[in-house]
Design a protein around this ligand. Structure first.
Ligand code: NAD
Length: 454
């Protein structure tokens, strides 16, 4: 299904299915969530194989970041869904007396979910969990850059769900563009900031509500009070998982200058500890997605000062976990989101200066700060803006379903995970209910004399 007329027909069928009310009952939503959970569990091996085929993703990373995270999300949502679906009573206003007022979470309708390639299974299906929970239908467009995973998602959905409820459109930007022309009731996009702008423009044409989960350069600050050995491990883990192709990976380090040499040493040690002396032979280190990105990353290495790593192998799209020192803000590597296993280390002298440097950049998706100084922690959290943040850790905030996940400004708009996923696909409908009597006449014309009462 890639031709515009097929996509329009699939959309029309979903509209009809949604209007008939099939997706609204709580029992149906719960049943579909359970079914999705069973299908993911059943396909665990196939998912692992597809990701290994697409970019050599280690089986453990696939389980932790593509499978387990979805299963726990479904479990979490099933636990609370009944509560979220129920209308929320609110206080009524004296001016409307007598009335009872409530907020109804209403499914938007037919949703479009466009996924990115870097966690291709999870990033396409996680929003769909929100869509199902909210009572929506959805057309999924996984990334064309991970064909094995996209094919698998298409097969799984086709085998277990009716197309008028969930269906998959495979293909690249041309398929996205054809989908974006349709008057969806909700759009949910994960990908780059540049394409996010295209999606936002398309959504504006039909005034479709849109969630944009985008990227950016997420800074990682380290001050002199931090435990450098632990800090290094947590940074190396968050940076090099998925070979650095993670939207919330620490993009660069900004370290207090007097501890920079020690931090570099600890980072290099952590790399060796995790991936051995020859990371190319490690079963725990993924490959770059394709030749274009391999060449882009290799280009970013040109003219840099390599502290550790730097090896590349075009035949397998391998780029070693690499630390770069003496990097300046003007270097090409600081002009774009790196999205690969290259970690530039920059320095600062005072925290105020570090905050100023961060604030001079577009608002990032995540910000990390390693420090034992609580005042400094609050200073960073309150004087910078980012989609999310961790103190003394990286990446982990996205694994708590109680925390909404999303960007701000150029790193995104809206959020999801847990209740936020349900909300992302629900309209909050304000409802006022009044009995016919009493009917207080104060508000009706003629108004003569009425102001004097007020
Ligand atoms: P991308 O923007 O190139 O592609 C994302 C999706 O958009 C794909 O399905 C693709 O087919 C489609 N697309 C590409 N060009 C298009 C166009 N011109 N018109 C319409 N659709 C188009 O992003 P990517 O390379 O797949 O992913 C990497 C980016 O995504 C990084 O910036 C990363 O930070 C970001 N990302 C963000 C999150 C998040 O949750 N915030 C998660 C993962 C990745």
């Amino acid at each position: 299904m890639t031709q515009p007329q097929d996509l329009a027909a699939a959309f029309a069928r979903q509209k009809e299915f949604f209007r008939a009310g099939h997706t609204r009952p709580l029992a149906f939503r719960e049943q579909m969530l359970r079914l999705l959970k069973t299908v993911i569990e059943k396909e665990e091996e196939a998912i692992t194989r597809a990701l290994a085929e697409d970019f050599g993703k280690p089986a453990f990373e696939t389980y932790a970041t593509e499978i387990a995270i979805l299963l726990s999300e479904i479990k979490f949502i099933l636990k609370y869904l009944r509560q979220w679906v129920a209308p929320k009573k609110v206080k009524s206003s004296f001016l409307n007396f007598p009335s009872t007022d409530a907020i109804y979470a209403e499914p938007y309708g037919v949703a479009l979910v466009i996924g990115a390639w870097n966690y291709p299974f999870q990033l396409t299906l996680s929003p769909v969990i929100g869509a199902i929970a909210a009572g929506c239908c959805a057309i999924l467009k996984p990334s064309e850059m991970t064909p094995a995973t996209s094919q698998l998602i298409a097969r799984m959905v086709q085998e277990h769900f009716p197309p008028e409820y969930l269906t998959v459109a495979q293909g690249g930007p041309e398929v996205s563009q054809a989908l974006l022309d349709l008057p969806f009731d909700k759009m949910f996009f994960t990908g780059s900031t540049a394409v996010g702008k295209i999606v936002a423009q398309a959504a504006a044409k039909h005034l479709t509500p849109v969630t944009l989960e985008l990227g950016g350069k997420s800074p990682c600050l380290v001050d002199a009070t931090a435990d450098l050995a632990i800090t290094a491990k947590r940074i190396v883990w968050g940076k090099f998982i998925n070979a650095g192709q993670t939207c919330v990976a620490p993009d660069y380090i900004l370290v207090q200058e007097n501890v920079a040499p020690q931090l570099l040493e600890q980072l290099a040690q952590a790399i060796t500890q995790f991936y051995g002396p020859t990371p190319a032979q490690s079963p725990d280190f993924a490959r770059i997605i394709n030749q274009r990105h391999f060449q882009r990353l290799k280009g970013l290495l040109t003219g840099t000062q390599i502290y550790a790593g730097g090896e590349t192998d075009e035949s397998t799209f391998y780029i070693a976990p690499t630390l770069l020192q003496n990097v300046s803000w003007q270097d090409p590597i600081m002009q774009e989101e790196i999205f690969g296993p290259l970690l530039p280390v920059l320095t600062y002298s005072s925290l105020a200066q570090a905050i100023e440097m961060v604030n001079a950049q577009p608002k990032p998706l995540a910000l990390y700060f390693f420090s034992k100084d609580r005042d400094a922690q609050e200073q960073v959290l309150t004087q910078t803006s980012s989609g999310g943040a961790c103190i003394n850790d990286t990446v982990s905030h996205l694994a708590n379903p109680h925390l909404p996940f999303g960007g701000v400004g150029p790193s995104g708009n809206g959020n999801y995970h847990g209740k936020a996923s349900f909300d992302a696909f629900s309209h909050q409908k304000s409802v006022l209910k009044k009995p016919s009597n009493p009917d207080i006449p104060l508000r009706y014309p003629p108004y003569a004399q009425k102001l004097t009462w007020m």
